[in-house]
Design a binder for this molecule. Structure first.
Ligand SMILES: [Zn+2]
Length: 321
């Protein structure tokens, strides 16, 4: 790697220059231990992606997040303050796959000319056609035919974290070695997380792995870990669920004796509460974290904590613990 080698050569010589300058009389300033680079300014579209950019970027990157923890990215409405954040950024990270339908206009209104990185490039997207997705109206206008919730697969997350590292390398070539090392260390952690989730499900019989959620955010989780999710709404929270869709869901809960009903951290709980009332099922005591982290101090302040929390809550609920 050319940049890495160059960096190793220039660093000592820069330090030597600094030492020479300090040796001059009249220049008695305190010598910094090492030159601290000005942090790269990055913006991430939502909290889960911001966590990855922080992990990979470390101290070299200052990360702003547009859709904060606990908020719904599907129906986000950017303000002029968000446009100002974008205008100051060198790199803007998004999932893509139609998830951030509002981002294009926001970049335009900020006259943004920096790097745009859609981290879902290179993942194995989940096609919606023929997948039996959701029971609501399904796809919002910007969604196309793929499910954007790829972070619900740890395997796909690993690919996206790699894209974060490459994006930061483009924005700040001098830090590339650091970003790649951070991403590699984190990938190791994520491999362990993936194995942990598989182990947690291993003891649950396949016919018990049925869950009701608010919106269809868990298709990737379903694909990787063999859990069946039924949702009142489609892959976006934009469309209201139809009365028909709700009735069908209630029938399914009764017929298949689904025990696990979940509200989500980003959605109105009333729909799930209604289904619970109509079927006599009890909603799980804790929400699932679908499209956003919890605030710091909550049960899902990081991506890894989110996946662990959801898995624990799901397994407990389908077992009827
Ligand atoms: Zn969603």
């Amino acid at each position: 790697m050319m940049t890495a080698r160059l960096l190793r050569l220039t660093r000592p010589s820069r330090r030597a220059l600094l030492a020479a300058a300090l040796a001059l009389p009249g220049l008695a300033v305190a010598a910094p231990a090492a030159p601290t680079p000005t942090p790269v300014r990055a913006v991430a579209s939502f909290s889960i992606l911001a966590d990855w950019v922080r992990v990979v970027g470390g101290e070299r990157v200052a990360v702003d997040v547009l859709v904060p923890p606990g908020a719904d990215a599907h129906v986000f409405q950017p303000t002029p303050a968000h446009a100002r954040q974008i205008a100051q950024a060198q790199a803007v990270f998004s999932i893509g796959l139609g998830f951030e339908g509002w981002l294009g206009r926001l970049l335009q209104s900020a006259a943004y000319r920096g790097l745009k990185i859609e981290v879902s490039q290179g993942i194995e997207p989940l096609r919606l056609a023929g997948h039996g997705h959701g029971h609501g109206h399904g796809h919002g206008h910007a969604h196309g035919d793929v499910d954007p919730h790829a972070w619900q697969s740890v395997k796909q997350a690993m690919v996206m974290v790699g894209r974060v590292a490459e994006g930061l390398c483009q924005a700040d070539p001098a830090g590339c070695e650091t970003y790649r090392a951070n991403a590699a260390a984190y990938a190791g952690e994520l491999r362990g997380l993936d194995a942990e989730i598989r182990t947690a499900w291993a003891t649950v019989p396949a016919e018990q792995r049925r869950v009701i959620t608010t919106h269809d955010a868990f298709g990737y989780y379903a694909r990787d870990y063999g859990v069946r999710f039924l949702a009142a709404r489609g892959v976006s929270t934009e469309a209201e669920p139809s009365a028909q869709g709700i009735a069908r869901l209630i029938r399914q809960v009764r017929q298949e004796k689904v025990r696990a009903l979940f509200v989500e951290n980003i959605s109105d709980p009333r729909l799930i509460e209604q289904i619970a009332r109509d079927t006599g099922a009890r909603p799980a005591p804790e929400p699932l974290f679908s499209d956003a982290l919890s605030p710091a101090g909550g049960p899902a302040p990081s991506y890894a904590a989110l996946m662990r929390h959801n898995t624990r809550a799901l397994v407990r609920a389908v077992r009827g613990d």
